[in-house]
Design a protein. Sequence first.
Lengths: 406, 167
Amino acid sequence: MSIAEPIAESSVARESDYVWTLNFGPQHPATHTTLRIVLKLDGERVIDAVPDIGYLHSGFEKTGEHLNYNQYVTITDRMNYISPVANGVAWHAAVEKLLDIEITPRCKYLRTIVAELARISDHLLCTGAMGLDTGAFTFFLYAFYQREVIYDIFETISGQRFHPSMTRVGGLAYDFTPLVIEKIRTFVKNFPQTLDDMERLLNRNRIFVDRTKGVGLLSKERATNMSATGPIARASGVTRDLRKDEPYLAYADFDFQVCCSKVGDCFARYYVRMAEMRESLKIVAQAIENIPAGPINVGIDERMTLPTKSQVYQTIEGTITHFELVMWNRGFVVPSEETYAAIEAPNGELGFYVVGDGSDVAYRARTRPPSFIHFSLFPELIRGHTLSDVVAVLGSLNIIAAELDR
Amino acid sequence: MSADNMTAIDALKARCGDMPVSEFRGDRRVVVAKDKLLDVMSLLKGERGFDLLVDVTCVDYLNYRDATSRFGLVYLLANTATNERLTVRVYLDEPDLTVASMVPLWAGANWLEREVFDMFGIQFDGHPDLRRILMPEEFVAFPLRKDYPLQGRGERHNFQRLTRSEA
């Protein structure tokens, strides 16, 4: 109704007059990232929510068709930038499946360790930000302090805090130095205490529990039907965890448990994440003491990883491999085939569908983005709750807009 | 062979006729005719327990070596009880880019199919809300098609530029 139109004669308000629309985002501190939700409100009650995404769409999948298998890891790092290493591990798991490369045991262990550290840092951010949104600022600072330690470890490994781009086809760009191992050991020793503190701060916190228990309920059947995976599905009672169900990397070697809840509300999603951090820490503690010796890259015979400089200068195979990989028109030998590989990323199943066409650039590099799939759950989780619950539900889903829109 | 011992692919063949099956690095893939897709998927979900639709995506095979069809839809299915995975492919050719929507079977297909529509222009018959999801509503092209250039067709720099004094 435009302003110029005469006001209807009836003085009785219709039902629809009570409903008003609120734009939540795209620039709002509590969305944490760039996403927009159009909320239909009756007073404070959310009647409907319509997510509107795409504000951060940057054509990552199109870029993936123009960068070679090693270069694209810098792009996958920027998808879920909260746990960038896990994206690189997933991408190269898919590429190595396509190229049929079996990575070395040491590489498997190192990738497992960094992927688990990434999971801890992702869960710290998610639970921390969820605490922040529901009024627990101290909790957020505890979480971010430990997250900083993890970033320090990544910086020591690769020289980059946020986007280490560590993985390469058939190996890793960096080996662990003794300093890295020392720092991870220190983290493993100190972190449980912070975790205890964090749990003591929130698990029985009256405000936090009141704001998250019973909010955003998701049933087990609905979770699977909506393709939910990861901690969100596990908080609803789905026991699926790719680390146990399809053991990849070195996960079969470690003793850890899959954390589940039957409740399916925001508190359960928070609780599952807190429990998963302890399990991840168990994996890191076991892996760091048992790293196999040997090379991190597959041998030069496979012609997949760059040889070391001494190999290049002192052996003919090294020289040839280096030449083959560096030259424009050579590079990887890729079958004209397609495959899908997935890992259990912090947010859920993160997979890549890679189509090879013989060249060293992927013909299609599809990401299965957990954030995208989980955000489609949002309208049904928030319907019937109040406006203040929007941030609690959003925080518990851990939506990362860069992965949502790619 | 009893029904329990049959693999999902055997059951599909028995019910819906012969279909091309292939295996690559342990991924089992089956190619389904477009008009049989809904039957096949109902069978897989209802009787074979593929309750998780992992992903829906599409590949544009323009200029791909030995490709016979323009588009290949990919449905990645998983069974959460047995951890079995299955890839179902459907090939589409212009001008008829319409295929049955999977939303009646898996509600999670909603956004995934919207994204395929947005990026490739595949129409999903029976989809409740087939709008663009990542690109703006007024966008006309389908950016992940292979005939769409990497740097776009001027969508960005054709926007009118306003300076502070004109605004």
